[in-house]
Design a protein around this ligand. Structure first.
Ligand code: SF4
Length: 346
């Protein structure tokens, strides 16, 4: 497969959850979202809690059904996959969860946990199984001493790396990592991100990295996708995004990150106490009319509360992976605001 062809493609994907008994009320966690993931790239999906990131991740691996739209694996709609092809989809698309402890059985040793995917997936001899497990442990920088231990005897970072080793034993082409950094300390976060980066380079594995910490994803992401109330508000190559995001919500997230990571960032100390984003996100049960971000947007226009913005391309890219798209009325006129990278420096 060419690296210009998507490994995973979401076309106008929506995911709904029943939130009242009998399913009478439905929450639209993901709304008509289109996104492609290419082989060997790390795409970070960021946004506040409740924006639909985890529902999106679960839909990508088939843990929750799509209510509308389509998911394609190497060009084939997943609803058309059956038998061996469907099994292959579940093998090649692996998931890492936020809490590595609950992802590992407390009653099984690490050796048993790592042997499980080999028993399910393919017939291998005991010696081959052992060699594959040792190789997977080595990939995640863990020694064989760990094999006879139980999950409660390991640190959070070690458990997350065991979960990654188990995923690697399935020989995945795509790993969906749902907030894998949240339960880890800073040094373990860095270690896990380095592993993602190495596996992307050495094995050409693609990662969808769900996160809320922009500073962490900046280290490894090739592209950044920003979600809010189930919608994709901005999608851009990481270098371009971090140089200057275009959507007002992305700009606020970046500003908050800079404030947290750069002491003295604010010229006016009073400003340091002001929240960058005012108010809480509205409920996904009753999303605002027009632009979903208009209730918190400092740059909103008169039409924003009534008219739904369209998707605008800010760059003519040769490939979809180079595209910069933004969902905002500010970019719909002939007088487009210049991208920060194109503005004159004072
Ligand atoms: Fe703000 Fe309007 Fe753009 Fe929404 S469409 S982000 S309210 S300027």
């Amino acid at each position: 497969m060419s690296s210009t062809e998507p490994l995973l493609e979401l076309r106008q994907l929506s995911v709904q959850h029943a939130v009242r008994s009998g399913g009478s009320t439905r929450l639209e966690a993901v709304r008509e979202l289109s996104l492609s993931v290419f082989p060997g790239e790390i795409i970070a999906v960021v946004g506040e809690s409740g924006c639909g990131k985890s529902s999106l991740a679960r839909a990508m691996v088939g843990l929750v059904p799509a209510s509308s739209g389509e998911i394609r694996i190497q060009g084939v709609p997943v609803q058309n996959l059956a038998g061996k092809a469907r099994k292959n989809w579940h093998r090649q698309t692996q998931m890492l969860f936020q809490d590595p402890h609950s992802a590992l059985s407390p009653r099984r040793t690490i050796a048993d946990t790592l042997a499980e995917p080999l028993e399910i997936q393919e017939k291998v001899t005991a010696e081959q199984q052992k060699q594959q497990i040792l190789a997977a442990l080595s990939e995640v920088n863990l020694s064989s001493d760990i094999l006879l231990r139980y999950p409660h005897q390991l640190s959070g970072g070690q458990k997350q790396r065991i979960a990654l080793a188990r995923a690697l034993l399935c020989k995945p082409s795509l790993i969906i990592a749902d907030e894998p950094l949240s339960a880890l300390d800073v040094s373990e976060q860095a270690r896990l991100l380095n592993l993602f980066s190495k596996l992307r380079s050495d094995k050409h594995i693609a990662f969808v990295l769900i996160a809320h910490d922009l500073a962490a994803v900046q280290q490894v992401a090739d592209r950044v996708a920003v979600m809010y109330l189930g919608q994709l508000l901005e999608l851009a190559p990481a270098a371009r995004f971090f140089q200057g995001a275009a959507h007002p919500y992305s700009q606020a997230l970046l500003k908050a990150t800079q404030r947290n990571w750069q002491p003295g960032y604010w010229a006016d100390p009073k400003e340091a106490d002001e929240p960058v984003l005012k108010g809480e996100p509205p409920s996904a049960l009753t999303p605002p009319s027009g632009c979903v971000f208009h209730t918190r947007c400092a740059q909103r226009l008169e039409l924003c509360s009534e008219v739904v913005p369209g998707q605008h391309s800010l760059v003519q890219a040769a490939s979809a992976a180079g595209a910069h798209q933004v969902l905002c009325h500010l970019y719909s006129t002939d007088k487009l605001p210049l991208h920060p990278s194109q503005q004159e420096k004072p």
